[in-house]
Design a protein around this ligand. Sequence first.
Ligand SMILES: Nc1ncnc2c1ncn2[C@@H]1O[C@H](COP(=O)(O)OP(=O)(O)OP(=O)(O)O)[C@@H](O)[C@H]1O
Ligand SMILES: [Mg+2]
Length: 337
Amino acid sequence: MEIPTEKTEPPGESLLSIRNLKTYFHVKEGLAKAVDGVSYDIGHGETLGLVGESGCGKTVSALSILKLLDVPPAEYHSGQILFRDQDLLKMTEDQMNAIRGRSISMIFQEPMTSLNPLLSIGFQIDEVMVNHLGLSPKQARERTVELLDMVGIPLPRKRAKEYPHQLSGGMRQRIMIALALACDPELLIADEPTTALDVTIQAQILDIMLSLQERFNTSILLITHDLGVIAETAHRVAVMYAGRIVEEADVKTLFKNPLHPYTRGLLRSVPNINRIDPSARLQEISGMVPNLCRLPRGCAFYNRCDLREERCRSEKPGLYCVENGHYVRCWLHQTRE
Ligand SMILES: Nc1ncnc2c1ncn2[C@@H]1O[C@H](COP(=O)(O)OP(=O)(O)OP(=O)(O)O)[C@@H](O)[C@H]1O
Ligand SMILES: [Mg+2]
């Protein structure tokens, strides 16, 4: 039985408010509940870090925002994705196309999947602005050159004429950022934007994202495995496990006082938020993530938890608010409403 402690408060000042989102996949084995009742908010100019082990539903929750999953096998089962108080899940494909790349844009983990190898990078960035902002090709190219310069591409006018394969991984990732920022989005979704890059380039790319956020007050959903990246860039952090948020807090609180046994496991290696090794990764926790088609009756983390009690096996914990803005889905932290 689920205790009704899920976040239900109205979105308030949030730019994006996800409420009880359920995104499932119809697979041979049955119904894989990849995102199983996720709620989070992102305020104007805020960065929300989304962390969790591989397969916990981070990318699926991000792709749901832009409705980029193939339906079927995917199904946007229920919930709300309120963007400026409008529910994206109710929008038509035409309405979504007006939003994608314009108000909400996404940097994908593998830049080659979203760059067309047959078109010059300049043309691809120009095109977004011609389509969404109604600029003339000439105006668009001027702005493309500015954008490339802003993301640290040397000789931008010349580089604009090149094709994706002529650029290094780090350069392509910068192009992706330029492309994602071309229309001045209100929300930028960055899915492992720096994971494939070496540490120096990672730092440069993050700096670029942060300075752009400062300049344009962009909201960012940042998905990463990298604790150093989270510590340096996120304002709030949400930890996902088996399709649900198990803990959410502002970044300092989460590092200083992680409460969910899963979060504690992930952060075991991090003694101090101010001294995080930039290459620190989430710790391995022994045991297996549950099968999303056969989620346990009680807490999804039960089989791996050091602190489990009998009720954890049979009853699902709610998401409890332990202090202002700090939520934990664990019976050990049950609070009265
Ligand atoms: N097209 C699909 N068909 C069936 N299952 C899918 C599909 N896409 C994703 N899934 C499943 O949904 C679950 C969540 O996947 P998701 O890609 O969101 O994980 P993630 O948290 O982003 O992991 P990673 O850290 O490895 O990127 C996984 O179990 C995955 O196998
Ligand atoms: Mg992913």
